[in-house]
Write a protein that binds this ligand. Structure first.
Ligand code: MRU
Length: 348
């Protein structure tokens, strides 16, 4: 594989500050914002300045470091209790992607294991742990990339949904990480990105990052998936995940389930790419995954057209659950596996 260098940084920690690329403004404007306060990071997670399961996990870990820095600066009173309160606030910023809770819990464990130390010492340890979470996320992306790229043949047409790319992680991405790895090992592939209504992560983010990295990308509206698959252009579907239950049922961006059903109809392999931090063995199956519902204005307001009028209810889930029976395989950091292997391979 040639070195995969991407022309932007999603998330960066430097001199005690977190920098995020503002994903709400892409692709119109590339703007980086600095965060020195954990409450502002919670807002950034909620309003999708930073989004994508692994990226919000990394942002949450650094939010914990910022909360700790604030307590140390203001005199350490009730450090342990206040960190616990901050962890609850940060962990609740978004409900579906388990990576957020997973990262907060890793930091909480460091605090708990070192409760006899001084706040200053604990602070050093949790900053090191947050950096480790970020570094590890980069490595997990590379591991998924090399396992997944083996599934990809030259001249494949690959459909993806939402953005499971470098913008959704600290590294090269999950689903798009696989695609980058294949493309940078000189396989000629064509990527088809769905728009991903209502917030258009596919149209705004996936097309932007793939094109900026020199890949061949075609945009389609969500309702064109069956038409495109029937044309024979799609050989594989690869998507990311926000949470994979112990039985393999997978929550991902709303509309993923539609695509899985259509792929099944056409006999097209449907893969989910995700690191171990997205696998939640405490959730038995998809019915137990909490689904985030978002502000209905995200659906009501479509830029450029007249808004809706009258007393209309709006259905606004941000995620759906694709049952394991529709998933051909899971591209994980430990290799490409079947749902039956999840419990055994990912037991703590
Ligand atoms: O609402 P978002 O943009 O955070 O949703 C993101 C997704 O659904 C991604 O597909 C998922 O988080 C995987 S990211 C590697």
């Amino acid at each position: 594989v040639n070195e995969i260098k991407l022309p932007f940084k999603t998330i960066e920690w430097k001199n005690g500050k977190l920098t995020l690329i503002d994903q709400r403004l892409l692709p119109g404007r590339v703007q980086y914002v600095d965060y020195g306060n954990y409450r502002d990071v919670i807002v950034a997670v909620k309003n999708l300045t930073v989004r994508g399961a692994p990226a919000i996990g990394v942002a949450a870990a650094y939010a914990m470091v910022l909360a700790s820095a604030e307590l140390i600066m203001t005199g350490n009173a009730d450090y342990m209790a206040k960190m616990e309160a901050a962890s609850r606030e940060i962990g609740a910023a978004r409900p579906t992607a388990v990576n957020l809770r997973w990262a907060v819990d890793r930091i909480r464990k460091i605090i708990g294991d070192n409760s006899a130390s001084t706040p200053r010492k604990i602070h050093e340890l949790i900053e090191a742990e947050a950096i480790e979470i970020e570094t590890e996320d980069k490595q997990l992306c590379l591991a998924m990339g090399s396992h997944g790229a083996e599934l990809i043949d030259g001249n494949d047409g690959i459909m993806t949904h939402c953005n499971a790319g470098a913008l959704a992680t600290a590294g090269i991405g999950t689903a798009l990480g696989v695609i980058y790895t294949a493309a940078f090992s000189d396989k000629k592939i064509k990527v088809y990105s769905t728009e991903t209504r209502p917030l258009d992560q596919g149209r705004r983010l996936t097309t932007w990052e793939l094109a900026a990295s020199g890949l061949d990308v075609t945009l389609l509206c969500d309702n064109m998936a069956a038409s495109l698959m029937s044309s024979g252009a799609i050989d594989k579907v690869i998507v990311g995940a926000d949470r994979i239950a112990a039985n393999g049922d997978t929550a991902n961006k709303i509309g993923t389930y539609n695509i899985a059903i259509i792929a099944d109809r056409f006999g097209i392999p449907f893969y989910v790419a995700a690191p171990y931090s997205t696998i939640d063995l405490n959730t038995a199956d998809g019915t137990e995954i909490p689904i985030e519902f978002r502000d209905t204005n995200e659906i009501a307001d479509v830029t450029g057209y007249a808004g809706i009028r009258g007393n209309i209810s709006i259905y606004a889930p941000a995620f759906d659950v694709t049952p394991n029976s529709l998933i051909t395989g899971y591209i994980t950091d430990k290799g490409v596996i079947k749902s039956a292997d999840i419990k055994e391979l990912f037991a703590a």
